[in-house]
Design a protein around this ligand. Structure first.
Ligand SMILES: *Cc1c(COP(=O)(O)O)cnc(C)c1O
Length: 342
């Protein structure tokens, strides 16, 4: 097997527990009676308190921050942001301070789930209601940066979800890992994934998978199922991240040859709000496979995948890989999670 692609990876810190397991979901598949074989990549297992897909991106982003001599990492997201929690955990592990700019209403600041863990490691946090967060973000960020710089500290800003040109590397690297698993795991011998599916929240996972599948010639179609915004937003955002990646790292990949695919229609009532069928799918996977999805990202996306399989979109597929991107702490902080008990 030839893994010696001349890909010029930028510096990377080995922060995630890799490789993450990749295995079939045959009991779940029997339970729902679907034709293609379903597989899961357990990127919820990239760590314990540093779990989830953001860790793969942060391996590259924090390497860059460290090289830049950063003392304080500033990033942003919702109160229950998995990205913020992973970032503050890793920043602390690397001996850096962290400051979160959170989007949320005052009543959401309940120190549960991710927010609890952010507080436990001593992250500085400011929270702003949605409207203010959006309209004043640049000003708030500049003010926060000034605050530290006046003390002689160097700040490093990571955009929402660590989705930018650097973050794209996270899921390119994951594709290298998938390629190696396809070549070396007995149960994957001779198998090719027809489709790889992930939740899309800030688009970096989808962008990285698209580039990675092309670079490592995995031959799969890549689909993002959006959990907020819409198809047009993610098509644009994914292209933007890939363009930034190419500009910054001068890669040879022909971006025009990539066909970015987004399945819209599963956002439900809005970001972080899920309807009963999503909880039913979460419960069905939990009880059949012992794998727990969350209501904000992976449960919505997986429910979307199962629904689309049932509608026939994947009729020509034999093997579909779902990326479990994490999210457990968000489920723990969900007021409606008791729905999973009935
Ligand atoms: C952030 C996140 C996603 C979405 O990934 P993006 O790269 O932001 O699109 C999916 N699942 C979980 C659990 C996440 O925290």
């Amino acid at each position: 097997m030839d893994f010696s692609h001349n890909l010029n990876y930028p510096p990377r810190l080995a922060l995630a527990q890799l490789p993450t397991p990749l295995h079939p979901l045959d009991r779940f598949r029997d339970a729902i009676g679907c034709k293609p074989r379903l597989w899961v990549k357990r990127d919820d297992m990239t760590g314990c308190t540093i779990s989830g897909n953001k860790v793969r991106k942060l391996e590259f982003t924090l390497a860059k921050a460290q090289q830049a001599g950063a003392d304080v990492i500033i990033t942003c997201g919702g109160v229950q942001s998995n990205h913020c929690r992973a970032t503050v955990m890793l920043a602390t592990q690397l001996g850096m301070k962290s400051h979160l700019l959170l989007r949320g209403e005052p009543e959401e600041l309940t120190y549960r789930g991710n927010h609890f863990l952010d507080a436990v490691v001593g992250a500085q946090m400011d929270c702003y209601p949605s409207r203010e967060f959006i309209s004043r973000f640049d000003e708030i960020l500049a003010q926060t940066q000034r605050h530290y710089e006046q003390q002689g500290l160097k700040t490093f800003f990571i955009p929402i979800g660590a989705s930018d040109g650097t973050g794209v590397w996270g899921y390119i690297h994951a594709c290298e890992e998938i390629q190696q698993q396809l070549a070396t795991l007995d149960e994957l011998k001779g198998i090719q994934f027809d489709d790889i599916v992930c939740a899309a929240g800030s688009g970096g996972t989808l962008a990285g998978l698209n580039a990675g599948v092309a670079l490592y010639k995995l031959g799969a179609r890549v689909w993002g199922i959006n959990v907020c915004d819409d198809e047009a937003y993610f098509l644009r955002k994914t292209r933007e991240d890939l363009d930034l990646w190419q500009q910054e790292y001068h890669t040879q990949l022909d971006l025009d040859s990539l066909q970015i695919r987004v399945i819209d229609g599963y956002v439900g009532p809005g970001y972080a709000k899920a309807e009963p069928p999503v909880y039913q799918t979460i419960k069905q996977l939990a009880t059949s496979e012992g794998i727990v999805l969350d209501q904000i990202y992976t449960g919505k996306a997986f429910h979307g995948l199962v629904s689309e399989i049932q509608k026939g979109r994947f009729d020509d597929a034999d093997h579909i890989l779902f990326i479990h991107t994490g999210g457990l702490f968000g489920l723990m902080a969900d007021d409606a999670n008791k729905k999973l008990l009935c």
